[in-house]
Design a protein around this ligand. Structure first.
Ligand code: TYD
Length: 142
């Protein structure tokens, strides 16, 4: 199941009286090369982000400030992660539908991404995503 490949990655944390430090290396702490970084901020109360899946994209999602929920769905099973620490990253593999909600005020969501932005890599229709993921699952089983 794709959902079982998604997990919280405990990033290195150098605790220091002057302030803590976390770092991330491609293909060491995370299982992909970082090609792009983007972040969500100034998210109004009650807003939801995401609402799509990706064909090829691998991502690591980090709550750099504040907190929010990430609901992952592989077409069969859903799992919700509450992110609220900047040293935890949620790894999301391809073919996972995601919704981000419950953003706290002042929260910042940083995303490390394995490929450039490409609208052709998105499934923005849940029914289409769920049909393709069902076909892929059936192929894997045969
Ligand atoms: P989208 O991925 O749907 O945002 P989210 O999943 O965070 O809610 O992207 C929203 C818009 O931003 C969409 O028009 C595409 C654009 N965009 C870029 O131009 N480059 C990027 O790297 C990303 C992530 C989005």
């Amino acid at each position: 199941m794709n959902l079982s490949k998604c997990k919280i990655i405990d990033l290195p944390k150098l605790v220091d009286a002057r302030g803590n430090l976390t770092f991330i290396e491609s293909n060491n702490h995370i299982p992909f090369d970082i090609q792009r970084v983007y972040y969500l901020y100034d998210v109004p109360g009650g807003a939801e982000r995401g609402g799509h899946a990706h064909k090829q994209l691998h991502q690591l999602i980090i709550a750099m400030a504040g907190s929010f929920d990430v609901v992952l769905d592989d077409g069969v099973t859903k799992q919700t992660y509450h992110l609220n620490r900047s040293y935890y990253g949620l790894y999301v593999c391809p073919m996972i539908w995601r919704e981000l909600n419950n953003f706290s005020s002042g929260s910042v969501c940083m995303v490390l991404a394995s490929i450039d932005y490409d609208e052709n890599d998105y499934y923005r229709d849940y029914d289409e995503f769920s049909l393709v993921s069902l076909k892929m699952r059936n192929q894997d089983e045969n």
